[in-house]
Design a protein around this ligand. Sequence first.
Ligand SMILES: Cc1cc2nc3c(=O)[nH]c(=O)nc-3n(C[C@H](O)[C@H](O)[C@H](O)COP(=O)(O)OP(=O)(O)OC[C@H]3O[C@@H](n4cnc5c(N)ncnc54)[C@H](O)[C@@H]3O)c2cc1C
Length: 493
Amino acid sequence: MLTVKPKINYDCDVLISGGGPSGSALAFHLAKKGVKVIVVEAAKFPRDKVCGDGVSPIALAELNKMGITRTQKFAKANEIKKVGLFLKNDNVFINLAKPEHLRYHARIIPRIELDAMIYEAAKKAGATYLEESRVVKYKITPNAALVTVKTDADQQLIKTKLVVGADGSRSIIARQMRGNSPSKDYQLLGLRAYYNNVNGPTDRVDIYFSEEGFPGIFWMFPKGKNDANIGMAMISQTFPQKPDHIKKLLTEHIATHPEIAKRIGKGSLEAKMEGWPITFFNASQKLCSDRVMLIGEAAGLINPLSGDGIQYALLSSRWAAETIINCVPADEFSETALSTYSKKVNEEVGYDFALSNLLVQFPRNKTLTKVWMKILTVLIARAKEDKEYADIIAGIFEGTYPSYKALTVPFILKSLKQGGLEISKELSNSLKHPNSLLDNAADSVQFLFKILEEIKANPVAQLKWAGNTLSKTASVAAHLAQTVDLSKIRKGV
Ligand SMILES: Cc1cc2nc3c(=O)[nH]c(=O)nc-3n(C[C@H](O)[C@H](O)[C@H](O)COP(=O)(O)OP(=O)(O)OC[C@H]3O[C@@H](n4cnc5c(N)ncnc54)[C@H](O)[C@@H]3O)c2cc1C
């Protein structure tokens, strides 16, 4: 039987909620192909966004495809060639290797500039923007998505074939589609401060770990000759709950860490510290439903290990555009038709994110912080003498390598060997100074007692943590079974 679709007057083919990197990149790709796009953006460009401003080589490759790297503004962006990792009094400096297929080293580009560049490219391609306007809800009918958009002055209903949530970590579209807010189990909290008149080197980003700040990391990213982005990201839900406020931790770190003090020198805080939640990937939550899609951080496309999200915002917008362009001719935007996008996301990043989620699940249990400090000591010691190993660690932080690079057999063997070396160093020190042997033994016993005490004090929370760890392990196992070529992992390809 022939079904005739009624003729409907749509205001646009695709309405995008949010004009950050994901929303504006999607608008660019669609407008270039003649798709009629409206971007509704709560702010007015150029607008700031709390971020580390680190733009990875993979993100830069996407910007290159969009012609943005050929602009004068891009040419001025600060290039990063080294990373410093700091733990207590130890450190290692790693030259960032650039995989051959990637054209650029990472850059630090303040978001007020980066997002405006993508916005301008999208407008030039033909996208329409409604700025200082906010999407408040949508309604799906058999033939359309009806989106309510509010400004200070009025409210309007926009009729579209598809609505895309590109509205970041607190996405209104994701909340309505999924029927819930993001769980704290899948959130980091980030804090950023801009500093003026800091010292070089301008081509080196520094990352600091400390027992007090764990499970969190501090960073210092130079954004040019004199200025820097300094910040901290921390897992929101830890066990036991972290009593210290993240702002206090960052302030103390800046005031007391000798290495960061060296870099800040006579520099000063440019504006107040600002915080923002970071929502990462929960594989049990949908990315699409009938006439609705999520991209970028609204979809949770953030690597919880590095906090890196710009590259996934840009990649997901290109993958979404490929699906949407195929849906336009048949005017078919059902969940099934949109599912090629969900499958693509799962294939490209599903395993990596499942593994990263599992890796951040361990430090959530702060009882184990001492173990993590030991593991980091081992990583730094090995990175000092093994260039290939150092490249992998730096690549994971830079977002160039997936985290499963750190779970290959050669990488693990090297880590174990280094762990053995560190233990034998400690043993030989203890034999030279027998009293320290007693200290170490006493420390270990105390550590064990601390674990037992915390299990006794909070059995329910410890069980929940163990249960979450098991379910995240199961998610990794499912990916391994479905999609991953184990022989490649073994060899480290
Ligand atoms: C402290 C911190 C440090 C970070 N550091 C890095 C880093 O160094 N490198 C990296 O790659 N990533 C980093 N990230 C992550 C990165 O910021 C995100 O991955 C990225 O911004 C996601 O882009 P997006 O376009 O999906 O969302 P966003 O950039 O959040 O853009 C969402 C847009 O939607 C708009 N909006 C929101 N709600 C509505 C609404 N209802 N209606 C209309 N518009 C709306 C907002 O105004 C905003 O412009 C960091 C995040 C934080 C918080």
